[in-house]
Design a protein around this ligand. Structure first.
Ligand code: PGA
Length: 267
């Protein structure tokens, strides 16, 4: 991480936790972090519940004035109308969402979300005043061919090239190699750094240093309290998008605390 960017620890809950479980979890996480005197100004914490839990999380966060941010896992590209089952960016913004995950590999795999659709989701999120967490990353096949960096950079480039500087600097990129998601096969710190650095260099070429230095680049894929310290120690890794480990409240709180400890010891 760089001292110019506030690291983000984001939990991607995927299709887990109903609204009661979500409320209980957020309450417990807030207690654990309060007991640890957690400094949210130095490390940001966010959770991405299912659509059905967002309202409950909002009510709790507002009532208890919690410093935990939250967002959604996907969004419709249109704002309203005859789109059965979809949820619009405005609806999410009205629920106080800060972030929306866009282009997660599970969405790309199980839903018709191609690059054009992902560009439109990014635009919808930005227009509604939220920040997209754009997921990119290669599969094992691309890695075996040795084209992993071109692949991840290409995914970012295709989605971001038409954005203005003001839009681009609101982006958060999550480098999530598909082979590392939910497998326990975490990328090495060097691998994560190499990809994050390649993405940042491409952003620098497209938008200039000011934008590239602002964009936070997260690593995702089998993050746990065992590997978080080494990963966050990399200069271009600005936090995590965490699946499995974000479902265990003690483990997530530990990752938050370790991130804060690493960040503050290096500042
Ligand atoms: P994982 O998932 O931490 O369980 O590997 C990460 C993600 O899918 O965002």
């Amino acid at each position: 991480m760089s001292s110019a960017r506030i690291p983000l620890v984001a939990g991607n809950w995927k299709m887990n936790f109903d609204h009661l479980e979500a409320t209980y979890f957020v309450q417990k996480l807030a207690w654990l972090l309060r007991d640890a005197h957690f400094d949210y100004k130095q490390v940001e914490v966010a959770l991405m519940p299912t659509f059905t839990s967002i309202r409950s999380v909002q009510v709790l966060v507002e009532a208890d004035k919690l410093r935990i941010n939250y967002g959604a896992q996907s969004v419709s590209v249109t704002n309203q109308g005859a789109f059965t089952g979809d949820v619009s960016a405005d609806m999410l913004a009205h629920l106080g969402c800060t972030y929306v995950i866009v282009g997660h590999s599970e969405r790309r795999k199980y839903h018709p979300e191609d690059d054009a659709n992902i560009v439109d989701q990014v635009r919808a999120v930005l227009t509604a005043g939220m920040q997209p967490i754009l997921c990119v990353g290669e599969s094992m096949e691309e890695r075996r061919k040795g084209i992993q960096l071109d692949f991840a950079v290409g995914q970012v480039h295709d989605v971001t090239r038409d954005l203005s500087d003001e839009e681009a600097e609101k982006l958060i990129i999550a480098y999530e190699p598909v082979w590392a998601i939910g497998t326990g096969l975490v990328a090495t710190p060097d691998t994560a750094q190499e990809a994050a650095n390649a993405v940042r260099s491409d952003l620098r070429q497209t938008f200039g240093a000011k934008v590239a230095d602002k964009v936070r680049i997260l690593y995702g894929g089998s993050v746990s309290s065992k590997n978080a310290v080494e990963l966050i120690g990399q200069p271009d890794v600005d936090g995590f998008l965490i699946g499995g480990a974000s479902l265990k409240v003690d483990e997530l709180a530990k990752i938050c605390r370790l991130t804060l400890k690493t960040v503050t010891s290096r500042r």
